[in-house]
Design a protein around this ligand. Structure first.
Ligand code: HEC
Length: 157
């Protein structure tokens, strides 16, 4: 038992010293977090897009689960722009922090769009029932990328 405690203490000391050696960079952390959120968004958006384009069969359970997840995670995107974080490793344009109101409005449009998609998915019986709501969301992605992302294309997985 004693041995176990000693090795656990040693283990955490080693961990602490290796973390201490390399300072965390909050800006790089935020960029990584944000890109992960967008990868998640596009991973849940892509399967719905495939149904829209006839590249996947209509699957109500998958549609509803992806739409509900999108609505839940969309707010995380806004949390990922609290620090002025652009430059190396990021496609975010500095304009985000210069036109904060406009940017936040575009983020709000994304969240409203996701809520609309989740709502439409609840009662959908075919892809046509969510086509408009899906298009609205796609428009909100594009509107923001056009103004605030160095590479304005919107890629979905
Ligand atoms: C309010 C602004 C805004 C909205 C809305 C928005 N994006 Fe983005 N998106 C960005 C910015 C800014 C970046 C660049 C982030 C970076 O590189 O630091 C980005 C990056 C991305 C990336 C690349 C992530 C990576 O691996 O680097 C993907 C994929 C993406 N967005 C998909 C989407 C999709 C899909 C939607 C809509 C469902 C969407 N975005 C809506 C602003 C937005």
């Amino acid at each position: 038992m004693k041995k176990l405690i000693v090795s656990a203490v040693l283990g955490s000391l080693i961990l602490a010293s290796s973390v201490g050696a390399q300072q965390r960079d909050p800006i790089q952390d935020q960029i990584k977090y944000r890109q992960s959120v967008y990868v998640l968004l596009s991973s849940h958006f892509g399967p719905i897009g495939a149904m829209m384009r006839g590249r996947a069969d209509f699957d109500l359970a998958a549609l509803q689960s992806n739409a509900a997840t999108l609505e839940a995670i969309a707010p995380l995107a806004l949390n990922a722009f609290t620090l002025e974080s652009h430059g190396e490793g990021s496609d975010a344009l500095p304009g985000i922090w210069e036109n904060r109101e406009d940017f936040d409005e575009k983020m709000n449009n994304l969240q409203m769009g996701m809520a609309g998609l989740a709502e439409a998915a609840k009662t959908a019986t075919s892809v046509d029932d969510v086509r408009e709501a899906f298009g609205n969301v796609g428009g909100t992605c594009k509107a923001c990328h056009d103004d605030y992302r160095a590479d304005p294309s919107v890629r979905v997985r």
